[in-house]
Write a protein that binds this ligand. Structure first.
Ligand SMILES: Cc1cc2nc3c(=O)[nH]c(=O)nc-3n(C[C@H](O)[C@H](O)[C@H](O)COP(=O)(O)OP(=O)(O)OC[C@H]3O[C@@H](n4cnc5c(N)ncnc54)[C@H](O)[C@@H]3O)c2cc1C
Length: 283
C-alpha cells in the first residue's frame, strides 16, 4: 500500500530537529533508517502529517570513546556498529547481537537508535543494551537528560522518550576483556527472534567473576536474568555449573504465546540458550 500523504523535512542539527518536532506536535514522526517506520506507514498503521528525517544530522552518527564509556550516536547504522574496532574491543556484545539483525540490506539502512526507540520485544538490541547497563541520552525542549537502560524500556513498543524528544546517543560502559555471545533462536535465517539470550562474562583463571545476561522476547520489554547472573559468579566455567545456573533463566519473565511458540516453549528456550550463550562467552 502507498503511505498517506505527509510533509517532509530534513534538519541538519539536533536543535533544528527539535524545533520541527515542536512545530509538528502530535502529527510529527522521526525517520531514522525507515526499516520499521516505512512498513508501518505503508500498512497505514500510522499516518503522520510530518516526517522529520534524521539522516542529515552528522552529530548523531559514529562511535567515540569518552573515558570509561563508548558512545554511539543514535543514527549509527547496524552495519557500522558491526565493523567498529572500538566496539569490538570494549562492547563486543552489542556487535555480536547486531550481526544477527535481518540481512545486509536492512543492516545498511537500520540504526541502533531507531531499533532501540522502536522497542519491539523481538528486536535484538534491547536485551544487550539492558545487560550492558547502557545509558540513553535524550534531547528535548528542556535540554538533555540521561536514562538508564533499566528505566528506558517501559512496555511493548514504548520507551522513556517523551513527546517532543529524540534519542541522541547510547553510552556503554567498557567491558574490555569480557567474553560475549548472543544466542538467537529463530524460525528461518534472518528472521526475528523467537527467543534470544545476550550474555557477557568475565572469567579470571577459569572462574566466572562477573556475568550479565539479557533476554529477548521473554516479556514486553527485555528482561535481565539476575538469578542466573548471581548463580554464576564464583563458579568455574564448566558445562555442568553453567547449565545448572541457567535453569533459573525464565524466572521473572512473562513470555507471550503466538504462532511461533507457546510460553512454556519460550521458557525452555530461555534456559537452553542461556546455557549455550554463557558457555560460548566464557570460551
Ligand atoms: C525485513 C526486516 C527484518 C528485520 N529483522 C530484524 C531482526 O532480526 N532483529 C532486529 O532487531 N530488527 C530487525 N529489523 C528491524 C531493524 O532492526 C530496524 O532497523 C529497526 O527496528 C528500526 O531502526 P530504523 O533505524 O530503521 O528506525 P525507523 O524505522 O526509521 O524508526 C523506528 C521508530 O523509532 C523512531 N525513532 C527512530 N529514530 C529515533 C530517534 N533517534 N529518537 C526517537 N525516536 C526515533 C521512529 O519515529 C519510529 O517510530 C528488521 C527489519 C526488516 C525490514
Amino acid at each position: 500500500m502507498i503511505p498517506a500523504q505527509f510533509d517532509y523535512v530534513r534538519p541538519t542539527t539536533v536543535d533544528e530537529a527539535l524545533a520541527a518536532l515542536r512545530d509538528g506536535g502530535d502529527d510529527a514522526k522521526l525517520l531514522a533508517g525507515g526499516q520499521s517506520l516505512l512498513p508501518v506507514l505503508r500498512l497505514r498503521m500510522a499516518d503522520p502529517s510530518l516526517i522529520i528525517d534524521l539522516n542529515g544530522i552528522p552529530e548523531l552518527k559514529g562511535v567515540r570513546e569518552e573515558g570509561d564509556k563508548v558512545v554511539v550516536g543514535s543514527m549509527t547504522t547496524h552495519y557500522d556498529v558491526t565493523r567498529d574496532d572500538t566496539l569490538r574491543q570494549h562492547v563486543a556484545l552489542i556487535q555480536e547481537a547486531t550481526r544477527t539483525v535481518a540481512d545486509p540490506q536492512v543492516r545498511h539502512k537500520g540504526t541502533l537508535g531507531g531499533a532501540l526507540a522502536h522497542a519491539d520485544p523481538a528486536g535484538d538490541l534491547a536485551a544487550p543494551a539492558l545487560a550492558l547497563d547502557a545509558e540513553f541520552v535524550i534531547a528535548g525542549p528542556n535540554g538533555t537528560r540521561t536514562v538508564a537502560a533499566a528505566d528506558f524500556f517501559e512496555d511493548y513498543f514504548t520507551t522513556a522518550i517523551g513527546e517532543g524528544e529524540l534519542l541522541t546517543e547510547i553510552r556503554f560502559p567498557k567491558y574490555t576483556g569480557w567474553g560475549a555471545r548472543y544466542e538467537k533462536f529463530n524460525r528461518v535465517a534472518q528472521a526475528w527472534s523467537i527467543v534470544a539470550v545476550a550474555a557477557t562474562v568475565k572469567v579470571d583463571g577459569g572462574t566466572i567473576s562477573e556475568a550479565r545476561i539479557g533476554l529477548t522476547n521473554m516479556a514486553g520489554t527485555p528482561v535481565r536474568a539476575r538469578s542466573v547472573e548471581s548463580a554464576l559468579v564464583g563458579q568455574s566455567a564448566t558445562e555442568e555449573n553453567v547449565r545448572k545456573a541457567a535453569q533459573a533463566a525464565a524466572e521473572g519473565t512473562s513470555p507471550t504465546a503466538d504462532a511461533d511458540a507457546g510460553s512454556d516453549y519460550r521458557e525452555h528456550l530461555a534456559r537452553v540458550l542461556t546455557g549455550r550463550a554463557v558457555l560460548a562467552a566464557a570460551g
